[in-house]
Design a protein around this ligand. Structure first.
Ligand SMILES: *[C@@H]1O[C@H](CO)[C@@H](O)[C@H](O)[C@H]1NC(C)=O
Ligand SMILES: *[C@@H]1O[C@H](CO)[C@@H](O)[C@H](O)[C@H]1NC(C)=O
Length: 226
């Protein structure tokens, strides 16, 4: 194999290894890559196909309405408004996104969940939030804080975290996330509300519960606040 070919193969391998090892979105290789809003199932790529950059327009980098409070009358008392590559096509390949979270007074909860592809930095605008995350095994240390308007808190990538409104008023927070598509795994919903259901024997042993409690949990409706 010639030197140049060897170099190219080695570079490709290193790039591939880096993409496996890196927990964040890959870096862009051009100014932007406004996604084609293609809802058809075609070839799946890691991200989305780019439009011709000459066709880019302001709307591809724009979203509005995040000032509007969302309805939190639901079983969790919270609503997440996601602003990621699905809402802003111009976020494709840029490795960031945003969310607004509204919490009902007296216990509005964004329940324990993880973002498999993003760290999160959250700023409270209104209200009082009890927030926390749990470190990975074996310590599983719980790290919590009560947040007031203007306070900022970080949830490291992949860790289970939550926010609870412990105040008497609505609470509002905005979160920045280090992926164009952070993903959400809500623990209770994923475990007890999977489709099809996980074999109850698995959950009975894993959660040290009676089987009838497991089947009762599995029969419930698990609200998705996203
Ligand atoms: C909020 O949602 C609930 C449940 O869907 C509904 O009954 C209520 O009218 C909504 N409130 C507003 C202000 O839209
Ligand atoms: C993508 O297309 C769908 C279906 O036409 C539309 O509902 C959605 O708003 C579009 N998304 C963006 C970000 O333009």
């Amino acid at each position: 194999m010639k030197g140049v070919q060897l170099f190219l193969v080695a570079s490709a391998f290193l790039a591939f290894a880096w993409s496996l090892a890196s927990a964040s979105d890959p870096s862009p290789l051009q100014d932007f890559c406004v996604a084609i809003n293609d809802t058809k199932d075609g070839v799946f790529v890691n991200g989305k196909f780019c439009q011709d950059p000459k066709l880019a327009k302001a709307e591809d980098f724009f979203y509005s309405g995040l000032n509007i409070p969302r309805n939190t009358s639901n079983p969790l008392g919270s609503t997440v408004t996601q602003v990621n590559v699905a809402q802003i096509l111009g976020l494709n390949t840029l490795g960031i996104s945003l969310a607004r979270i509204d919490y009902a007074p007296y216990g509005g909860l964004n329940p324990p969940h993880t973002h498999p592809r993003a760290s999160e930095i959250l700023v409270v605008l209104e209200g009082t939030l009890y927030v926390g995350f749990v470190t990975s095994n074996p310590e599983n240390r719980l790290i919590t804080k009560v947040l007031y308007p203007g306070d900022v808190f970080v949830f490291p990538v992949g860790l289970i975290h939550f926010q609870l409104n412990i105040g008497k008023t609505n609470a509002v927070a905005f979160a920045g996330l280090s992926s164009q598509n952070p993903g959400v795994i809500t623990i209770a919903k994923a475990v007890f509300g999977s489709n099809p259901p996980i074999n109850p024997d698995v959950l009975t042993k894993a959660f040290q519960l009676d089987k009838n409690i497991v089947t009762s949990l599995q029969s419930r409706f698990w609200w998705d606040n996203n």
